[in-house]
Design a protein around this ligand. Structure first.
Ligand SMILES: Cc1cc2nc3c(=O)[nH]c(=O)nc-3n(C[C@H](O)[C@H](O)[C@H](O)COP(=O)(O)OP(=O)(O)OC[C@H]3O[C@@H](n4cnc5c(N)ncnc54)[C@H](O)[C@@H]3O)c2cc1C
Length: 505
């Protein structure tokens, strides 16, 4: 490995080459003359927020992202029904014990565990590109249960609205909900109300005008026929590359480097060095180099921020000895369920997931059901609760992999409350449960924790044992976002942290 200077390495990422929305990246972030320079590892929700707020505070920042910048292609996962996203040779249904698929930067990373497997975004925009677009704000009681030291009032009044504004999020409008392909949502509303659940329309990061144009036949249908998650960078989805990252780059103080994987973090007297691996889109290594910064922000997501920290500590490159890294990891109390309602919905189901309900039959375990358009004539819902048991992530240096140590929460009070809630929904719908295939049953999309606030770091994400080393992603939440999809809370928590940190740096 070699260390290269700025002059030797002016790696104009493909963002620039392609002249895309993020074009205009500035090299000033790596200028030797800058006293302060921040590096953000990862360009998902936490990383995008951090990049923009650092740039706005006048701090040159470089975002290092292992994945590619997807343009406007669609992987057509659902609409095409071919089951595998093109360019993503990491299969969607990996099997424990089978050899790893060939490396590819693709869209998603799949981490196979013994009790659960995890999928997370692996591209510019991270989870905001592959996700379902649901931006749910957790209710006060559930939030306080998982994050008792963070002011819900501040989140409610300042930080949740700040994220929704920046993304341009909105709930589904009435006219779209009335249109033919949204019948499954209307059936879910009726069933939930019959079951006594409180129905609501969460914000989504979708441009409803584009969806409306699809419905009116002005453009080809995509979101309105259910192709809304795990797609390429579809025009209707307001992923963070189109708002936070674009604004950061437009400020002239942020550079975003795609296909740049960070492999190691090293402590320096003046800050940190990160070992970067520059990849081709197929995942082949082009070169390795080091970059230095005064302030380092980890935003590689719950699975990878912990991995980088544990790996660097184990290698002796980070010497703070924080042994709480990896702890407090969980699955957000999630469970995916499917229901063949008495009157099955015919035809494609419009996306994104945009109707939810809360069941408060057990006040200690409110259950949120997020209705997700299904690629079959039934109902698909993500049930979310506050989990009773958390697990931990453990780095395995022999295989350079993260082990997920988590006992399946099949019999906890939280799991029983989910089952009970679903049974009441089934009874109200007159339907019957559909057994999901194992890869859907045993895979989760909302991993959280690993560097939990108040445990591995303080409430500003500052990692105990280190100076100027911060975590700003989903790793900070203790295995749960409070019976809600996590992205909005991950981003709002990053906003809360950056509102304090950025002016201080
Ligand atoms: C299919 C799917 C659907 C989902 N649907 C929803 C939904 O509708 N609503 C919701 O709230 N949540 C949803 N989620 C979860 C949501 O995407 C995550 O909670 C959220 O993205 C977490 O944000 P983050 O900033 O912690 O990490 P991420 O958004 O995952 O970002 C981490 C980034 O770091 C990059 N990275 C990782 N390691 C390295 C490295 N070593 N070097 C450089 N870069 C690195 C990754 O490629 C990624 O871009 C979904 C997730 C998936 C996979």
């Amino acid at each position: 490995m070699r260390t290269i200077t700025r002059r030797q390495f002016i790696h104009r990422s493909s963002l620039l080459a392609a002249g895309t929305a993020l074009a205009g990246c500035s090299d000033s972030s790596n200028s030797p003359g800058s006293a302060k320079h921040a590096i953000v590892i990862g360009s998902g929700f936490g990383g995008s927020v951090a990049a923009l707020r650092l740039a706005e505070a006048g701090i040159p920042v470089t975002v290092l992202e292992r994945g590619r910048h997807w343009q406007s292609e669609s992987a057509n996962l659902l609409a095409g029904s071919n089951g595998v996203a093109p360019d993503n040779t990491r299969p969607l249904s990996p099997v424990q014990g089978e050899p790893d698929p060939p490396r590819n930067t693709g869209l998603l990373e799949t981490i196979v565990g013994e009790t659960v497997s995890v999928q997370c975004g692996s591209c510019i925009g991270g989870g905001s590109l592959v996700y379902g677009g649901v931006l749910i704000q957790p209710r006060r009681e559930s939030f306080n249960r998982v994050l008792p030291d963070i002011s819900y009032d501040d989140m409610d009044n300042i930080y949740y609205p700040r994220v929704l504004r920046q993304i341009g999020a909105a709930p589904i409008p009435d006219d779209v909900l009335r249109s033919p392909t949204y019948e499954s949502h209307r059936v879910f509303i009726a069933d939930s109300e019959r079951a006594g659940f409180e129905v609501f329309r969460p914000h989504t990061s979708f441009d409803w005008d584009i969806v409306r144009r699809e419905i009116n036949g002005e453009i080809a249908p995509q979101v309105s026929i259910g192709d809304y998650a795990i797609s390429g960078n579809i025009p209707a989805k307001r992923s963070t590359d189109k708002n936070y990252l674009r604004a950061a780059v437009q400020s002239g103080r942020a550079e975003v480097r795609d296909l740049t994987e960070v492999e190691m973090i090293r402590e320096l007297p003046t800050g940190y060095a990160v070992v970067c691996c520059r990849l081709t889109a197929a995942g082949d290594v082009l070169e390795r180099y080091e970059m230095q910064c005064t302030h380092l922000f980890l935003a590689a997501g719950s699975m990878n921020s912990s991995k980088l920290l544990q790996k660097s500590q184990l290698a002796g490159e980070l010497k703070g000895g924080n042994d709480r890294v990896g702890h407090g990891w969980g699955t957000n109390g999630d469970q995916l369920v499917a229901n063949f309602t008495a009157v099955p919905v015919a035809g494609p189901q419009g996306g994104p997931a945009c109707i939810a309900s809360i069941d408060r039959a057990r006040p200690d375990y409110p259950i949120t059901s997020m209705h997700s358009p299904a690629p079959f004539p039934g109902q698909l819902q993500m049930l979310m609760s506050t989990p009773d048991e958390l697990g931990r992530l453990d780095y395995d240096p022999v295989n350079d992999k993260t082990r997920i140590l988590w006992s399946h929460d099949g019999a906890t009070s939280s799991a029983l409350a989910r089952r009970d809630s679903f049974q009441r929904l089934l009874a109200a719908s007159g339907g019957r449960e559909l057994n999901l295939p194992a890869f859907l049953r045993d895979t989760i999309w909302h991993p959280l924790g690993g560097t939990v606030m108040g445990d591995a770091c303080d409430n500003l994400g500052q990692l105990y044992g280190y100076r100027n080393l911060y975590v700003v992603d989903g790793s900070l939440l203790p295995g749960s976002a409070g019976a809600a999809n996590p992205a909005l809370t991950v981003a709002a928590n990053a906003e809360r942290i950056m509102a304090v940190l950025a002016p201080r740096l």
